[in-house]
Design a protein around this ligand. Sequence first.
Ligand code: GDP
Ligand code: MG
Length: 211
Amino acid sequence: MIIKNAKFVVSQSDSKMCKDYNCPEIAIVGKSNVGKSSFINMVTSSSKLAKTSSTPGRTRLINYFQINGGEFMFVDLPGYGFAKVTDEEKMKWGSMIEGYLANKFGRIVNVLVLIDIRRTPDQLDKQMVKYLYYYNLPFTIIATKADKLSRMQQQKQKQIIANELGVGRDNIIITSYLDRVGIKETLDKIEVILEANKAEIVADEEAENKE
Ligand SMILES: Nc1nc2c(ncn2[C@@H]2O[C@H](COP(=O)(O)OP(=O)(O)O)[C@@H](O)[C@H]2O)c(=O)[nH]1
Ligand SMILES: [Mg+2]
């Protein structure tokens, strides 16, 4: 898979406003400041498609980025787990993320869950993974900021993340925005996801035609 172009489409402040764009959606979730915007910029080879911030908790919107003229959409969800917000704001974020994941259009083909490779996943990360199981959404763990650890520490943390979240090691991709690590692995995985989705659509259509 090659990303030839990436274009910002829209920001929504309410999941009810999210429309059906008629193409597969790959959602990006994770704690605020984990590196979601940087990751989007890295894999799309753009320096400022998604706004990055050194001040956590800034993105309170659902941002849509159209890839390759509609081959798929990256959907950047508001970060969870930022301590310095009111309970009311936390509720709003929770309902935005859940509202999007419970998305009535059935376009979400995979959810990329970003986890800082240095951290052991906490209650919020586990809650996120629980939601994904609940909504039957396939997901991939993206371990970010690998440049902060040695190779050996990276492998050790990968195992800890796998254990804590109850996922296989092969479902975790190690990335670094600073060192541009993990781009090919991510794009290869997206290619597999999109191919599987196409095959599923064809199979559904064939089944419908038989009826
Ligand atoms: N060292 C390092 N810093 C990163 C990496 N990815 C993001 N950051 C930094 O982490 C901060 C938050 O990044 P951002 O992409 O805005 O996170 P978001 O809130 O999840 O969208 C910024 O200061 C980034 O420069 C990475 O791979 N390595
Ligand atoms: Mg962001």
